[in-house]
Write a protein that binds this ligand. Structure first.
Ligand code: SF4
Length: 271
């Protein structure tokens, strides 16, 4: 029992460290200063995932049921969210209800609310983390260079059009300096994404990038371990994969995204 507990604890530390490093990598950080590395406690640095005597590698499971999302409670003080959201049945009504939203502090620096675009009856829905600079200016998710790569994945890889898919984000306003959205911001905005999913009723969700996958699944597992296997998000099959912006910096990992997209296409009966 004590050995199991120690192993679980060490695995959690390893996962957290790997997740943190992946987040840095996705943010464009290519290395750590030597001083910081030197300050990492020896026991942590001595815990690579291959440490065989302590934490043997666990093969990924087809579906990680224990990682199913936990519904974010709706803020009771918001009359639209609390009393009317459950009666909203169209995306247009949802967008109207969100209005010129000031419910969280992300409203302070945004240019446009990036609500979402695409087919309101889409079979597959893409979810990113939040708008960046280009998305904020245009009011549309996944534009700019990362958006162009996503378009290539859709048109050249999936043989579909962007209009056949619905694309949205976990939060609808751009975080300053492209930082990750904070927990209170996610908690405030996530009911809108949940409602979009409820209205669209996609068969499949693709979560693009560390933050979107970890937020939807309510886990801290690194994207490198989440991707490639099916998860469940409120009963909808969810495939996490790397963010297109990450792929622009790490083109060698495009082959892994293609594997994930192939799994999506197989599930859709298109491959
Ligand atoms: S991020 Fe969401 S909750 Fe926050 S201001 Fe924008 S739309 Fe409103």
């Amino acid at each position: 029992m004590a050995v199991d507990a120690t192993r679980d604890s060490l695995q959690q530390i390893t996962d957290s460290l790997r997740s943190y490093l992946e987040t840095l990598k996705e943010s464009g950080v290519t290395g750590l200063p030597g001083r910081v590395v030197a300050e990492i406690p020896a026991p942590v640095r001595a815990l690579p995932e291959q440490a065989p005597a302590v934490a043997p590698a666990v093969p990924p499971q087809p579906v990680m049921k224990k990682e199913e999302a936990v519904a974010v409670p709706i803020q009771p003080q918001d009359m639209f969210v609390a009393s009317q959201l459950e009666n909203v049945t169209t995306l247009e009504a949802l967008r109207a209800g969100i209005g010129d939203c000031r419910r969280c502090k992300l409203s302070q620096g945004r240019t446009n609310i990036v609500f979402g675009v695409g087919n309101p009856q889409a079979e597959v829905m893409f979810v990113g983390e939040g708008p960046g600079h280009d998305e904020d200016l245009k009011g549309e998710p996944f534009v700019g260079r990362a958006g162009q790569l996503l378009n290539d994945i859709i048109t050249k890889g999936m043989k579909m059009t962007r209009e056949e898919i619905y694309i949205a984000n976990v939060v609808k306003c751009r975080p300053p300096e492209n930082r990750n959205p904070e927990p209170d911001e996610v908690a405030t905005c996530q009911p809108f994404l949940l409602k979009q999913i409820d209205i669209i009723k996609p068969r499949i969700i693709v979560a693009w990038g560390t933050f979107a996958a970890q937020t939807l699944l309510q886990v801290k597992t690194p994207i490198s371990r989440l991707r490639g296997v099916w998860h469940s998000y409120h009963g909808v099959k969810l495939m996490p994969t790397f963010h297109p912006a990450y792929l622009l910096r790490n083109p060698n990992d495009k082959r892994l995204v293609w594997l994930d997209i192939q799994a999506v296409l197989r599930e859709m009966g298109r491959l």
